[in-house]
Design a protein around this ligand. Structure first.
Ligand SMILES: CC(C)(COP(=O)(O)OP(=O)(O)OC[C@H]1O[C@@H](n2cnc3c(N)ncnc32)[C@H](O)[C@@H]1OP(=O)(O)O)[C@@H](O)C(=O)NCCC(=O)NCCS
Length: 136
């Protein structure tokens, strides 16, 4: 990534907070403040009550439940503070760890779509979590 790419990456996130169409958070260690990864809500539509979630962790931070906790926290923030009613997450079906994170945080599969990638059929899972399901 060159400097222009880095600026574009950061500008999109700063502008997202200004316009309200995305919300990006860094995930840090509660023990020593170390940077662990990031989680975001994008395509936020306050009127329709919807947003999409995405997240990633540095390799060293994986395998300890950090992403699952971050996803639960961000979901509660989206429902409680933004007042959204539903969150979606699109996961490549081959991404077993991301699917487990989604399921641990209460997301359920809504839809399965198939696409072709390098001559192979790949499945995408659309997961969702509603405010009602989270609080019920
Ligand atoms: C997806 C990704 C964030 C998952 O990371 P992860 O470390 O597996 O997820 P969590 O932080 O929730 O940790 C869960 C793992 O920690 C274990 N764990 C240990 N202590 C735990 C605890 N207290 N609570 C929950 N899980 C715990 C779980 O058993 C699980 O391991 P398993 O998958 O072998 O069963 C990571 O693989 C990643 O960054 N991938 C690249 C980006 C990506 O694919 N993003 C998703 C796009 S939709």
């Amino acid at each position: 990534m060159n400097e222009a790419d880095a600026r574009e990456y950061l500008d999109a996130r700063v502008n997202g907070w200004k316009t309200g169409n995305r919300a990006d958070f860094v995930i840090t260690s509660a023990f020593d403040g170390r940077f662990l990864g990031a989680i975001n809500l994008r395509g936020i539509e306050r009127q329709r009550g919807l947003a999409e979630v995405g997240f990633w962790l540095l390799p060293d931070a994986r395998g300890a439940g950090v992403a699952s906790r971050a996803l639960t926290w961000v979901s509660d923030w989206a429902f409680g503070v933004l007042g959204l009613s539903s969150l979606v997450m699109i996961v490549d079906g081959r991404n077993e760890s991301a699917r487990k994170v989604a399921e641990r945080a209460g997301f359920r599969i809504d839809r399965l779509t198939r696409r072709e990638l390098d001559g192979e059929v790949v499945e995408d899972y659309t997961y969702s979590l509603s405010r009602a399901a989270r609080s019920g």
